[in-house]
Design a protein around this ligand. Structure first.
Ligand code: HEM
Length: 268
């Protein structure tokens, strides 16, 4: 009975929607967290310190396991649904169906596969930190606590136009994927009807754009700052530190004194 239920198309769509909802929520939270990089380096570094050192490790790992399970189930259900559709589709039906489904809907599998490749690279770069030996050595003094300089890692990470460009393309695809995915998530959860269709579709497209702009702002700002434009992030200070690095010692960036710090230093 349970096996039959899970093998139904409805159940697969439900699994896709539920796991999609988890991922949609994570992406929004992650984007908001990243925007702290536009503030003082201590903001994002303090946030990373909180996630890794203050939060109980069980909580961090629970979130990671839920995310991993959501990704695996989302992809499995997608593959099974594509297979079901292919089996059910009579010959000659394909053209007619294409007329109804939007371009974003038809290309979900391609945008999904490229996003998966992006996530694998992204984890290797910023979580496992295996793409550049400098990342692990970037250290930060957070009120006397020696912690990783995640701020410098992100900025230095996007100094390569290839990497920043790949992120910008991947964020565009994420926006594309969400603009259809969020709308179909509502439908699978039974929340989309004729009257609401137009609004939910607009919401999904708007959500995709918010996520795109929120994520894309950072690699774009780093490219501008790193290549001689206004210092939207502290690129010059990081450039100087990396240029004088011996390749093995811990690397501390000397950030310009922030306005609030300067005022605090002057007060008796
Ligand atoms: C400009 C875009 C992005 C930046 C700057 C960024 C930055 C980061 C950083 C610095 C970390 C490591 C956090 C830490 O260990 O303290 C991280 C982890 C992660 N990011 Fe991103 N990210 C971006 C986009 C994305 C997107 C679009 C996704 C998913 C679609 C994503 C998924 C993840 C995941 C799953 C982790 C691992 C979280 C964990 O360690 O448990 N990131 N990101």
């Amino acid at each position: 009975m349970l096996g039959a239920l899970l093998s139904s198309s409805l159940a697969k769509k439900f699994v896709m929607a539920l796991t999609g909802l988890i991922l949609v929520g994570f992406v929004l939270g992650h984007m908001l967290g990243n925007l702290q990089t536009f503030g003082a380096p201590s903001a994002i570094n303090g946030y990373a310190y909180f996630l890794h050192k203050v939060l109980p490790w069980e909580v961090l790992w629970l979130v990671r396991i839920v995310l991993l399970a959501a990704v695996v189930l989302h992809i499995t259900a997608a593959v099974l649904l594509v297979r079901d559709n292919r089996r059910a589709r009579p010959a000659g039906y394909e053209k007619q169906k294409y007329k109804q489904a939007s371009f974003a809907a038809r290309t979900m599998k391609y945008s999904g596969v490229i996003l998966l490749a992006f996530i694998v690279f992204h984890l290797a770069q910023f979580t496992l930190q295996v793409t550049d030996p400098a990342y692990r050595e970037l250290r930060f003094d957070l009120d006397g606590k020696n912690t990783q300089d995640v701020y410098a890692m992100i900025v230095y990470g996007f100094a390569s136009p290839w990497i920043a460009g790949f992120y910008l393309v991947a964020m565009g695809l994420l926006c594309w994927h969400l603009s259809h995915g969020v709308a179909s998530m509502f439908q699978s959860l039974g929340l989309r009807n004729e009257n609401w269709y137009k609004y939910l579709h607009r919401f999904a497209v708007g959500y995709g754009w918010v996520i795109f702009l929120g994520f894309a702002a950072l690699p774009a700002a780093v490219l501008v700052s790193w290549y001689g434009g206004p210092q939207l992030v502290y690129a010059e200070a990081i450039q100087e530190a990396v240029a004088g690095w011996d390749g093995q010692s811990p690397l501390y960036v000397e950030y310009p004194v922030e306005k609030s710090d300067a005022v605090a230093n002057l007060s008796p």
